[in-house]
Design a binder for this molecule. Sequence first.
Ligand SMILES: [Zn+2]
Length: 444
Amino acid sequence: MKLELFPSQKHRYAAVVAAVLLAVTTVTIWTLSESAAVSTKHAGATPVPAPPALAENPEALGLQHYEGSIKPRMPFIAAMLDAGIERPVADTIQKHLGTVEFDFRKCRPGQTFIAQVDSTGRLYAFNYVTNRLHSYWISRDSSDMLRASTWETPVETELLSIEGSVETSVYQTILGMGERPQLVADYVDVLGYDIDFIFDPRVGDRFRILVERRMLDDEIVGYGNILAAEYEGELTGRVVGYRFDAGEEDGPGYFAPDGENLQKAFMRSPLSILRVTSGYGMRTHPISGKRKMHTGIDYAAPTGTPVWAVGSGTVAFTGWKGGYGKTIEIKHSGAVKTRYGHLSKIFVRKGQAVRQHQTIGAVGSTGYSTGPHLHFEYLVNGKFTQPRKVKNPSLKRLEEGQMPAFTSEMGRIDSLWMNTPKHIGELRRNAIAGARSPAASKDA
Ligand SMILES: [Zn+2]
């Protein structure tokens, strides 16, 4: 990978790095400096309480120490017994975990546990590690009663602007900066009604994301809200949205500066950018040589990739449709239909109502198809129509009376966003491994 050539460049080499990076067709990155980022402790001003603990010196207390982990297709109780824990103790553990809504069906391979049992065979303490951020505990209280609890590891939340220009794809650019796929997914959720992040990006397009990032020991462990998101592209123009609570039931939404809701009748893409990462190569039509006219968009993606409805509507057709293979058609309002072809699986029935973003099928290679891909097209009054020519009305825009509050919130967000120096971020070595796409690793 070209990015590995520059694992430790510092921002004082910004200009040189930028020039070199552009020259080798990779990414240029700006992030806010740590010192400028607004930093808030998860637990506020109060000291963080300590988590429950196991006995530090179990031998001195005459405790038996059992360690184990969940293995594939192994139920919780079997894992306990597998670690050598006696059945009555395992039952006690299970009973107490039930009091803190431990979901035994959600045990995952690799999750670990430790049990300490006293010389009379009673449980002394137990710890189950779900992940770095979450664990379950059973310990004895001051009156020697067992008590179960959960522990959330405190994380630091920082607000920062993640910015860059697109080279290969938005997904790979953002991952190349050391960010996580979740950020890309959240960003696409905000702007994905105006932009098809699979097809629309062009080299040199720019993006900015003002987001709360959760950190633990200098490692990204997740993201909070995106406060604002912007994309400026050759094909897309400039699209920007600010998070604002307009009092809707489903919570805050994103609005353009003129008060228009960024959420629209149709999402631009019928599958997740996280699964379709091969960049420009996918613009070729795998079957275009075999049909007189190709009337849709082909998304190359691994078999089984979930396909969602781009808008709410009613299923008008499911089944085999000639060269399209297994096909779904959805009827939306305004005489618009969407068609999804070459599917491997269909999850909906004719006549069924579907919501926007609902998974309706899975990518396959049925019909005239040389490899797994989704054929997607719009039909308006029965005629094929280019996606950008289909009317895509906004959902409820802000009312006149809401505009002053929105304008003031937008100003607040803008000053957070703009009054901060920018730096070229370091390209992190660990980001390179993470940037490998699911499709690429599958083919490898
Ligand atoms: Zn096609």
